[in-house]
Design a protein. Structure first.
Length: 118
């Protein structure tokens, strides 16, 4: 199996949980991932996501079932906050980010700021 980017398996597990109609067991998550991971690998990822407060778990027999407590948008916002908090020059990161926006994205942000009165 090839090396995946850091955090990719966590994001994949979250995608599975976001698309589920009900809480899932580690075995069900693993099956839906379809990547052939060991049960313990998926269980470890679920434990880490639970410790980060991104999912909740409920007892189900001798195991747990899991479901998300944040939606995909909130997850993205948390990641943006983490990136900005990890830099020594927050303003420079924001300047470069804005510089990469398409004209339409920049216009949308401008409109959102205007609505907010910022």
């Amino acid at each position: 199996m090839s090396k995946r980017p850091d955090g990719q398996l966590e994001r994949d597990v979250l995608q599975v949980l976001w698309s589920a109609d009900t809480a899932l067991s580690p075995a069900e998550v693993n099956q839906r991932l379809g990547l052939g991971h060991a049960y313990t690998t998926v269980a470890t990822i679920l434990t880490r996501l639970h410790a980060k407060g991104l999912i909740e778990r409920a007892p189900a027999g001798r195991a747990f079932t899991y479901r998300t407590v944040v939606d995909e948008t909130d997850f993205a916002l948390r990641r943006i906050d983490e990136v900005l908090d990890a830099t020594s020059d927050r303003q420079q990161v924001l300047v470069r980010f804005v510089g990469r926006l398409s004209h339409g994205e920049a216009a949308r942000i401008r409109a959102l700021l205007d609505e907010r009165g910022a």
